[in-house]
Design a protein. Structure first.
Lengths: 324, 177
């Protein structure tokens, strides 16, 4: 048996209490929501928090409000979101992303907040302690060298969340609370450049809410690439949002994920479609530009050269779907 | 060895009343244990299998308040106050669940290691819908891995069980899961 390390366990009833406990315990404490990312990581000794603060009794972090805008409590489970027909109708791209995560059992357990705060992933990191010791530990955990890019100063472990690129494309914001107060940040600002320092959220902060503005007439899609139709994390992913003015693109957003430590905003690809009709040529050009923004390294399933090429294909398919 | 996978056991055990297959059990266990470890090691309910212990295979699937969940990623100490169903509770003593009968008839088990997880997951599906499409069955069982059968017989067994539950030709083992 691969045992969990020892920990103290608390399960308070309010978000304010969670924040107080985190403030008192310092960075050696960790929130646990569904545990589907944290517990495997603890078993592999990636993280060994001394105190676990469970959100399971914090009712105020559950629920979805759908008006024009959508507000999702961080502790809402993925399967509750999947079963939410109104959410599916209103934000099909987000629903597609949620439904593509892991497996039915894991979606009954995992939460949307945990998906936002998901640890970055790497073939040299997501291994048991014994495996990592055998080749010598890497920079992200217990060691000094990056085995993917040995001369690199930063870690290239991959942001592998399915919902994050969609949230960025839809203009979502995250609300965080701590004993220092509350702040609301654009989704993109949550993520750091380094696979070790992958969240700008401070250890004492609790993600309480994800707010997605009214999408008006804008349409969005999410496309995920992985080996198996279930279980697997993305090895490349594209979220695209387009708002039309007649048959010309008025506003757009193209976000890649699973190709580096931070979701990639494809600005040049967006510039290539703004003010234009989504013709085959325009789409082709934008897809090529999106591919240039993707710099995957060989630390996930599938080789990096293929993942870089597939980003072009998937961006093309995403824009084609939006052009219909 | 502070980070080694097998740490020293915790000094004091926690006590919890767990409702497993409709009966309350008072159990004392190492507080860091997962529900899988508590079921197998402290309650000797070894029907629930341990495969990967990391969420990657579905062998440890049990029903918690009717929902299939992975017992390798649920803490034992937070498993009180919920209804836990394991493979040991799927059949009535003398009447197998329709799924178990169909499994036996069609040879949907080979080594059998994946079967408890598949059966618990499929039982939740059939409790919700006795006429699932092939597509829906594939989707719902997508969280269970089998290294022997090639899946086809498992899918056919679920369809046969569903058919018998619809026709009333299977004693459902009286099981309410
Ligand atoms: C086999 C397998 C396959 C998977 N496949 C996918 C996949 O395809 N796509 C994908 O995106 N994910 C995948 N996952 C990862 C994971 O299951 C999901 O990302 C899930 O949504 C995580 O949510 P959780 O509630 O279980 O997180 P937890 O494990 O509870 O937490 C994860 C992290 O987030 C922090 N956290 C959680 N909630 C909050 C909060 N409210 N405020 C502050 N911090 C918080 C925790 O402290 C922890 O650091 C997979 C996992 C497994 C085991
Ligand atoms: S990218 Fe390098 S430092 Fe980061 S987890 Fe992988 S091997 Fe370790
Ligand atoms: S043992 Fe739980 S999923 Fe493999
Ligand atoms: S019967 Fe052997 S793993 Fe499924």
């Amino acid at each position: 048996m691969m045992r969990l390390p020892t920990f103290r366990y608390t399960a308070p009833k309010t978000a304010a209490e969670v924040a107080e406990i985190l403030a008192g315990e310092g960075p050696q404490a960790s929130i646990v929501a569904g545990g589907t990312d944290l517990y495997p990581n603890m078993k592999r000794r990636h993280q060994t928090p001394k105190t676990l603060v469970s959100l399971r009794h914090v009712e105020e972090l559950r629920g979805v409000q759908l008006n024009g805008a959508v507000s999702i409590g961080s502790n809402e489970t993925l399967s509750d979101l999947e079963d939410n027909a109104a959410l599916k109708a209103k934000l099909p791209a987000l629903w597609t992303a949620v439904q593509s995560i892991s497996t039915p059992q894991l979606r009954n357990m995992g939460t949307i907040g945990g998906n936002v705060c998901l640890d970055t992933r790497c073939n040299y990191y997501n291994q048991t302690w014994e495996w990592r010791r055998a080749i010598d530990f890497c920079m992200k955990c217990d060691g000094e060298t990056c085995w993917v890019a040995p001369s690199s100063d930063i870690c290239w472990a991959v942001n592998s969340s399915d919902t994050v690129p969609v949230m960025i494309a839809l203009g979502a914001t995250f609300t965080l609370i701590s004993t220092r107060g509350e702040r609301t940040i654009p989704a993109l600002e949550m993520f750091g450049e380094d696979g070790i320092d992958y969240l700008t959220k401070q250890p004492d902060e609790v993600l309480t809410r994800i707010d997605i503005p009214d999408q008006g007439s804008a349409k969005s899609v999410y496309r995920k690439v992985r080996r198996r139709g279930s279980f697997d994390f993305p090895v490349a992913a594209v979220a695209a949002r387009v708002e039309m003015d007649g048959d010309e693109v008025k506003a757009a957003s193209i976000i890649l994920n699973a190709v580096g430590p931070k979701p990639v905003v494809c600005e040049t690809a967006v510039d290539a479609i703004l003010g234009k009709k989504l013709t085959d040529e325009v789409i082709e050009e934008a897809a090529k530009l999106a591919g240039k923004g993707a710099k995957p390294l060989d630390n996930t399933d599938h080789i990096s050269m293929w993942r870089k090429k597939v980003v072009v294909v998937e961006t093309k398919r995403a824009l084609e779907a939006l052009a219909q | 060895m502070s980070h080694a996978t097998e740490g020293a056991p915790a000094l004091s055990k926690v006590h919890r009343v767990l409702s497993v297959n409709g009966e309350n059990h008072e159990v004392a266990f190492d507080p860091r244990k997962t529900l899988l470890e508590v079921l197998r090691e402290d309650m000797l309910l070894t029907g629930t299998k341990h495969g990967c212990e990391l969420g990657e295979c579905g062998a440890c699937t049990v029903l918690i308040d009717g929902e299939p969940k992975l017992s390798c990623l649920v803490l034992g100490l937070e498993s009180d106050g919920v209804d836990i169903r394991t493979i040991e509770g799927l059949a009535q003593p003398d009447v197998p669940h329709a799924l178990q009968t169909a499994y036996g008839e069609l040879g949907a088990s080979q080594c059998g290691y994946c079967s408890p997880g598949f059966l618990m997951n499929a039982s939740a599906l059939l409790a919700r819908d006795t006429n699932p499409s092939r597509e829906a069955i594939v989707e719902e069982l997508g969280g269970n891995i089998c290294r022997c059968t090639g899946y086809l017989k498992i899918l056919e067994a679920v369809e046969l069980a569903a058919q018998r539950l619809r026709d009333g030709t299977a004693a459902n083992g009286g099981s309410d899961v």
